[in-house]
Every structure is written in structure tokens, then in C-alpha cells.
Design a protein around this ligand. Structure first.
Ligand code: 5GP
Length: 386
């Protein structure tokens, strides 16, 4: 009810304004648009697309850009009241009964509310919309693999899988770009929502993928790479947003953000073991099970009638169980599931159950510094172990 009243209150001055009664009303004046606030910070790539629209349409006096810190931060009760997700960006509009906590919806609100001000951003262009949607569905959902401390990243349990997928999805978008388009923007000579959506995330990718060992020259696929440098060279607003995002990322660098992230600051630098040779099939082993992540083979020096070792194919820092971190949750689960399956295999000599053992470190009697699960059975084992 109060919102209807608020709308009525807004209409009264409009009805009596000379613009409304006399000349054709032009939204160029923007007097009809309710004041809005975008809660956002420079580092937010998803918020940056709204900032590109605000800067391009020159509507900064209509849409305040405010840091969530002014309300106490993303997790403060005051901010959570506006956005229970505790995320940015968030758009609030005076007189509206709800806030908009989602980037694409914020952009579309800005594009329709300020349709006649500045560039249109081609809201009905199929290619622009497709690139923006692909970005939101397949890049945004896993972009945490570039900078977050721990998995999962979307549906991916390991950083490596998420990074591979991120690069694959950039390539899918790259394939949609015309090499000979007539202008510097993704859809040609006019800036579109796709440019605003993709550009800030590509600033992330260009800065962060090299931290994971991907050469800087290969961080972006070819057509995205040339589009990106054309925008940097030829569009002031994109340049400004590039500086905003990159400036914040460099702040993360200074704070050592990537120092403790596996595959970036943390790499597996322990020496190779005999198991690497078995994985590479350089020395023979009696393999009983193999999939993408796990290899299982008979122990060369069996301690029971049935004795199989189950190992991760990529050690990824797991020289022993004490090195396990949230990055290893997926592989640890896979090793145990494989061990359970193997222990049921009578053709390997297992009977009714097995002992599943991980020796860890000198006190545990570990000899090979590549995590391995012993599956022992074929007879009744005693307890306690020696
Ligand atoms: P740990 O004492 O480190 O827990 O166990 C290492 C296991 O690897 C031992 O049981 C040992 O017999 C086994 N092993 C060591 N080298 C080889 C090898 O070259 N081939 C196979 N199949 N097993 C090995």
C-alpha cells in the first residue's frame, strides 16, 4: 500500500509540471527516475558492469555508488537487511519495495530506466545477450577458482578442474566473436551489455591466470584478447573501470592473497617418487583399477594375502595425509570409495572385509611420500597393529 502511495506522491509533481502538460515529456531530463544507490566496490567485477553503464550514460548524479562498508560491510545486519545474500552489487531504488541484488537485473533496470540517455547497450541484441548469459552461467559461477582460498568452485571440487573449465568457457565465448566485426565492441561499432559484462571478468582472468602458471600471452583466448586491448586503447570508460578493478587486485597482491593458494603460491615441489613412474607406466605394476583421478595396483611386497595400494594420480601436494587441505576433499573421498570397492573384489583375494590403512610420516611407517591407501585382506587381521 505504502508503495502505491509513494508512486502517487511521485506522480503529483509530474502531472503539474510544464514538461508533462505542455512539451512532450523527455526522459532525458531524468526527473522521472527515482534516485538509486548501487552498493559496490572497485574490486567487484560483477558490479563493474553496472559502473560501466553508469559512467557511459553519465548518470552518476542519479545513481550513487556507495561502498557496502558504509553500512558496516557485506555481513553487517544493516546490509543483510537489504541483501540477505550478503553480496555485492546491490541496487536500491527510492520508493521501491525491494532491492535488486543481481548484476544482470541491475544492468537491465539501468538500461530501461535510462533508455534514452547515452548508449543503449543493445538490450535486444541476441549475441550480446548470449555472451552476457554465458558469462553469468559458466564463468561467474566458478570464477572463485581464480582467487578464493578453498573449493568447491561452483560444481567443481578441485581448483584445477575449475580453472580448466573457466578457460574452456572463455573459448566458447571467443568462438562467438566475429574476427572482422566493424568496430571495437563485441557486437561491432556500438557498445553492448556483453562488453560491460565480459570486460571486468577478463581483467580478473588476465591478472590471475598467470599466477596459476598460464603464460600471460595465453591468459585470454585470441579474439577476446584483441577486443580487450582495443577497448583499453579506445574507450575511456573501459579504461577507467580497468584501473578500478586492477587497482583493487594489486591491493590483494600486496596482501599476499595468492601466497597460500594451491597451484598459485603453493605448488607441489616435493621430489618425485617411485609412484610417479608407476603412474607414467615407466615401471610395471599390477594395476587392478584406474580412472581419471585414481590408480590402484598390487603392493610389490604384500603384507597380507590381498594387498592393494590406492593412490591419487596427481599428488597435488599430498605427499602425506598431514598435507591434506580442503583442496583435497574430493580426491580423499575418491580414494576411499575406490578402496571400499577394491576390498569387495574376491578375484583379488579379498574375503569378508579388509583393513584400510594410511601410514603417515615416520611414526606411521610411511616410506613413499605420495599419499597411498593400503587395502589389506584375505585373512583375519589382528589388532592392535605393531
Ligand atoms: P608405506 O610404508 O609408505 O605406507 O608403503 C609403501 C608401500 O609401497 C609398501 O608397502 C611397498 O611395498 C610398496 N611399494 C614400494 N615400491 C613399490 C613398487 O615399485 N611397486 C609396487 N607395486 N609397490 C611398491
Amino acid at each position: 500500500m505504502w508503495i502505491q502511495n509513494a508512486a502517487a506522491l511521485l506522480l503529483v509533481p509530474l502531472l503539474f509540471s510544464t514538461k508533462f502538460l505542455g512539451e512532450a515529456y523527455s526522459p532525458m531530463t531524468m526527473s522521472a527516475a527515482a534516485k538509486a544507490t548501487l552498493y559496490d566496490m572497485p574490486v567487484s567485477n560483477n558490479g563493474a558492469r553496472s559502473r560501466i553503464i553508469i559512467y557511459k550514460k553519465k548518470i552518476s548524479s542519479e545513481v550513487d555508488i556507495v561502498s557496502p562498508m558504509e553500512l558496516g560491510g557485506l555481513k553487517s545486519p544493516e546490509y543483510l537487511k537489504l541483501n540477505p545474500q550478503g553480496k555485492m552489487p546491490l541496487l536500491t531504488v527510492e520508493g521501491s519495495s525491494f532491492a535488486i541484488p543481481e548484476s544482470d537485473t541491475i544492468c537491465r533496470y539501468l538500461l530501461s530506466t535510462y533508455a534514452d540517455v547515452g548508449p543503449s547497450f543493445l538490450p535486444n541484441d541476441a549475441k550480446s545477450n548470449l555472451i552476457a548469459r554465458l558469462h553469468d552461467m559458466y564463468l561467474t559461477t566458478i570464477q572463485g577458482c581464480l582467487y578464493k582460498a578453498t573449493p568447491p568452485f561452483g560444481i567443481y571440487g578441485t581448483r584445477k578442474d575449475a580453472l580448466d573449465e573457466f578457460r574452456k568457457q572463455m573459448k566458447v565465448i571467443d568462438d562467438l566473436i566475429d574476427a572482422d566485426r566493424d568496430g571495437i565492441y563485441l557486437c561491432g561499432s556500438e557498445v553492448s551489455l556483453a562488453d560491460a559484462t565480459l570486460f571486468p571478468t577478463m581483467t580478473f582472468a588476465r591478472h590471475m591466470l598467470p599466477k596459476f602458471g598460464i603464460p600471460e600471452t595465453d591468459a585470454l583466448p585470441p579474439k577476446i584478447k584483441s577486443w580487450y586491448s582495443q577497448l583499453l586503447a579506445g574507450d575511456d570508460v573501459f579504461n577507467k573501470v580497468h584501473d578500478e578493478v586492477l587497482g583493487a587486485l594489486q591491493g590483494w597482491d600486496e596482501k599476499g592473497r595468492w601466497d597460500t593458494i594451491p597451484l598459485a603460491g603453493l605448488r607441489d615441489e616435493d621430489p618425485e617418487t617411485i609412484f610417479d613412474k608407476i603412474i607414467a607406466k615407466e615401471i610395471p605394476a599390477s594395476v587392478v583399477y584406474e580412472d581419471r583421478a585414481v590408480l590402484a595396483f598390487k603392493d610389490i611386497n604384500p603384507a597380507a594375502p590381498a594387498h592393494v595400494l590406492v593412490i591419487p594420480k596427481e599428488r597435488n601436494g599430498l605427499s602425506g595425509l598431514r598435507k591434506a587441505s580442503p583442496d583435497h576433499v574430493e580426491i580423499l573421498g575418491k580414494l576411499l570409495v575406490a578402496a571400499g570397492e577394491i576390498s569387495k573384489d574376491e578375484s583379488l583375494g579379498f574375503k569378508d572385509g579388509a583393513r584400510i590403512v594410511i601410514n603417515d610420516g615416520p611414526d606411521g611407517g610411511q616410506e613413499v611420500p605420495h599419499l597411498h591407501v593400503h587395502v589389506l585382506g584375505g585373512r583375519s587381521l589382528t589388532w592392535p597393529p605393531g
